[in-house]
Design a protein around this ligand. Structure first.
Ligand SMILES: [Zn+2]
Length: 323
């Protein structure tokens, strides 16, 4: 049975109601208040409560645009259950176009937070008090870091059938088994028994139509699967299921050029990139250490020795056939 009483930020969410709520974050040193919009839509019929959020990292704009498009397409108005959309959780970072909170913390390493900790810890704490206890499932939309481009993938906690089923239903090109990062939002929600998928697509401070489309379709697929919409989930691509992955790191410093497309399959010893100096005196090829899919790429033209360059699959689930 689904919960019948839903209360968010002190507001009772009755059946068939819509709300544009504000979650107070803090006062700035200018005395301006910062609050985070929380958009809630509850159907007349009971069903799961789904949280859809973006902008945990303030510079990850694809995630923000995905939640915006979910609202635009009215996919946040379910036939059954409730959808809570938070397009920009880290409003501070978003204002500054920066990954972090103004206290320099990564919000995604601060959960479940504390009422007397740093600004980010206090914010994480109030999210865990006000929002987290009211939800049944969560979709957390991210992109890659500043110079890292992620081919669209969904990360989920291994060893749990619900997580795995939802990750498959989402239907991103890749699904990736990854243990929870300690003190991440996913870690804190999983501890409450809320299955949470993390989507990664594209890179920070970019808007990529393809990534946005996959992210929106994924939310629709998951909500259809959970019975929140009557339509059937579209399952077209059949995700490649990666059970183990690693980063291939730079053996040298220099100018870096990738020679593979993100998302492609490469054979062992295939040339996948090169590192050179500016003088035409030094050039080294980077070769694939084994057969693998490349699903994360460093897009920085200048790299240091040891920098992560290619995120690749090490092992695939039996259901994912290699090319
Ligand atoms: Zn992120």
């Amino acid at each position: 049975m689904w919960r019948t009483n839903i209360q968010i930020l002190g507001t009772e969410i009755t059946r068939g109601s819509s709300h544009f709520l504000e979650m107070e974050v803090a006062k700035l040193h200018t005395r301006n208040h910062i609050s985070v919009p929380v958009i809630v839509e509850r159907a007349k019929k009971d069903g799961p409560v789904m949280l859809i959020l973006g902008g945990v990292h303030g510079d990850e704009t694809n995630g923000v645009a995905i939640v915006r498009d979910i609202i635009r397409k009215k996919l946040n108005k379910p036939e059954k259950g409730t959808v809570i959309c938070i397009p920009v959780l880290n409003a501070f970072g978003y204002l500054n176009q920066d990954r972090k909170f103004p206290d320099g913390r990564d919000l995604n390493r601060m959960f479940p937070g504390s009422p007397k900790g740093s600004l980010a810890a206090q914010f994480a704490y109030s999210f865990m008090q006000e929002i987290a206890p009211q939800i049944d499932y969560a979709l957390d939309y991210h992109t890659g870091g500043a110079a890292r481009e992620n081919f669209p993938n969904v990360r989920f906690t291994p060893g749990d059938n619900i997580h795995e089923t939802l990750a498959k239903v989402f239907d991103a090109p890749f699904i990736l088994e990854s243990k929870n990062i300690k003190k991440s939002l996913r870690d804190a929600l999983d501890a409450l028994g809320v299955p949470t998928l993390v989507f990664e697509g594209g890179k920070a401070l970019h808007l990529d139509k393809k990534m946005i489309k996959i992210g929106v379709q994924g939310a629709q697929n998951v909500m259809c699967h959970l019975g929140m919409f009557q339509a059937e989930a579209k399952d077209k691509t059949k995700s490649i299921h990666i059970t183990k992955s690693k980063w291939i790191r730079a053996g040298h410093a220099g100018l870096f050029e990738s020679q593979v497309e993100n998302g492609s399959f490469v054979r062992k010893k295939e040339k996948i990139g090169r590192i050179s100096d500016p003088y035409g005196l030094f050039e080294k090829s980077i070769k694939a250490p084994f057969d693998c899919y490349v699903f994360g790429l460093n897009t920085s033209p200048i790299i240091n020795k040891g920098d992560a360059l290619f995120h690749v699959s090490v092992e695939l689930a039996a259901s994912s056939k290699e090319q």
